[in-house]
Write a protein that binds this ligand. Structure first.
Ligand SMILES: Cc1cc2nc3c(=O)[nH]c(=O)nc-3n(C[C@H](O)[C@H](O)[C@H](O)COP(=O)(O)OP(=O)(O)OC[C@H]3O[C@@H](n4cnc5c(N)ncnc54)[C@H](O)[C@@H]3O)c2cc1C
Length: 471
């Protein structure tokens, strides 16, 4: 066994800042570089976790005291056809890299996450969804092909018609089966860089869920923000937004709105650089002030009920990116997101119970976001025909055990309601809970593929060991 490359030791931290530690980090720029990192890991008797942009809230790319393969340098656009909207990229290209490259030709990624810092490799490994999941499905449904580098050194082309079993397992497979080294994606044609957006206020859970469902039936995008502090008769009050792409001819100046400059989000607010905001906001990120901010947001949203306006594709989709490092406002604590995907019929029972339970345990959710989903054909799919509720919690290290006990209670309730979970956001599930959510057959199939492609168990991560792979 060779000595460990101590010159590569770096601290790697989960996006939510709750967990992190020293890892041996390799940053290859080519497939050969990845294979060198594999050899180095074998020689040192260590496993390798793959990392894209590091935007998973929990331990999806963590591998403390072992190797981390950071793919952010492999970010080239390999091929682009502006006539068909088909793009081929390396895995480290981010959603921002892609939309900024293609927008002026009238194309947009068909599915995007709430931050554009996500890499395509990370997006495919998590099979991300957007505010249009009920209509567009997850990103995997727009992939024409991916090329998977196995730990054994083979590069396998995968698509819905070639090696399809592996295709549907690798997408959403969280980096346990191989490294996606390139992907070919069909983008969406757009005739304007603007969306036609409408805002609505709703008063309680049943109304909120019904209204979101209704909006989802007739709009390209639909999303809800819920006041996580409103309990009792006000529980579930929300501001919903729907949005639609503009049709050809609806935008008098498409050449303007389809430019990258037009989509840029201002870097100051009231003259204050946005980079300074997280530190200024820190004293406000506390239960009492967040209760007030949520209430204020609801009341100002209510005044805008029925308001219709146009907004750029980037500001609508990447609202959270408008304040760089906003998560630092949660420091010195960490930020845990707990997200459940619940069948339509049980959501109106489950969601108020989860929020009430969180309050009872002393963890009010500072942010609550609601989306509408539909099932998809991927092996470890997190989506169901129903809704997701994402709850953001500020969790201090000292209170971690207390939070885990709350999360465990919430998970048992959510499982009884038929929910699934999204590993990109997860920090709390046990392997037993995950298996009950996704099904024992799916877990078994994943493990069989894993032992075929990676018999020595080279690819691993703290997430995979916690929920999916037996040690
Ligand atoms: C502010 C914010 C908003 C978000 N909003 C949404 C949202 O709206 N919808 C949504 O679906 N998600 C959302 N996410 C979650 C995010 O999309 C996922 O965590 C995504 O996987 C992050 O991509 P990444 O490039 O940062 O990958 P990482 O977080 O670094 O890695 C994620 C997983 O991908 C694996 N991986 C990375 N690259 C490869 C590769 N080339 N080959 C194989 N495996 C690989 C890693 O091993 C890991 O398991 C959000 C996250 C943040 C921080």
């Amino acid at each position: 066994m060779k000595p460990l490359p101590t010159d590569r030791l770096r601290r790697v931290e989960a996006w939510g800042m709750t967990v992190g530690g020293p890892c041996y980090v390799f940053r290859p720029s080519t497939v050969e570089g990845i294979l060198d990192a594999f050899d180095a890991a074998r020689n040192a008797g260590k496993t390798v976790a793959i990392k894209g942009g590091g935007n998973s809230y929990g331990d999806a790319f963590l591998n403390r005291e072992a190797f981390v393969l950071d793919l952010s340098r492999m970010r080239r656009i390999l091929e682009w056809n502006p006539a068909t909207g088909v793009i081929q990229v390396e895995p480290g290209a981010t959603i921002a890299d892609v939309w900024q490259y293609v927008l002026e030709d009238g194309w947009w990624p068909p599915v995007v996450s709430g931050t554009a810092a996500v890499t395509l490799g990370g997006a495919l490994a998590a099979n991300i969804h957007g505010k249009n999941n009920y209509r567009a499905g997850p990103i995997g449904e727009h992939v024409r092909a991916v090329w998977l580098l196995t730990p054994g050194g083979d590069v396998l082309p995968l698509s819905p018609s070639q090696n399809s079993e592996l295709f549907y397992a690798v997408i959403g497979g969280f980096g346990g089966l191989g490294v996606v080294v390139a992907a070919e994606i069909q983008l969406k044609k757009v005739y304007s860089g603007l969306l036609d957006v409408s805002a609505f206020a709703t008063g309680r859970w049943v109304e909120t869920l019904d209204r979101l469902d209704e909006l989802a039936q007739s709009n390209d995008y639909a999303v809800g923000w819920v006041d996580g502090f409103a309990l009792g008769a006000k529980a579930g009050r929300a501001i919903l937004h729907s949005a639609n792409y503009l049709k050809e001819g609806d935008d008098p100046h498409p050449e303007e709105s389809l430019s990258v400059e037009f989509q840029q989000i201002p870097t100051t607010v009231f003259g204050i650089p946005k980079t300074a905001l997280p530190r200024l906001l820190r004293p406000w990120v506390r239960p009492l002030t967040m209760r007030w901010i949520n209430s204020l947001k609801y009341r100002s949203g209510k005044r805008q009920d029925g308001h219709r306006f146009r907004q750029g594709l980037a500001p609508f989709n990447f609202l959270l990116d408008s304040i760089p490092n906003w998560k630092h406002a949660y420091r010195p604590a960490g930020l845990v997101q707990y997200q459940v995907f619940t069948p339509k019929e049980s959501s109106s029972q489950l969601f108020p119970s989860l929020i009430a339970m969180a309050h009872e345990h002393g963890f009010p959710p500072f942010l609550a976001v609601l989306k509408r989903h539909r099932p998809d054909p991927f092996l470890l799919s997190h989506a169901v025909d129903g809704y997701s509720l994402a709850l953001d919690f500020r969790v201090h290290g000292k209170r971690w055990e207390k939070f885990l006990s709350l999360a465990n209670e919430m998970t048992e309730l959510a499982l009884a309601a038929g929910s699934r979970f999204y590993l990109a956001k997860d920090s709390v599930l046990s392997s037993d809970q995950y298996e009950r959510a996704v099904g024992a057959d799916a877990v078994q199939q994943y493990r069989e593929l894993k032992s075929r492609l990676d018999p020595e168990g080279l690819l691993s991560s703290e997430l995979l060991r916690r929920v999916l792979l037996k040690d």
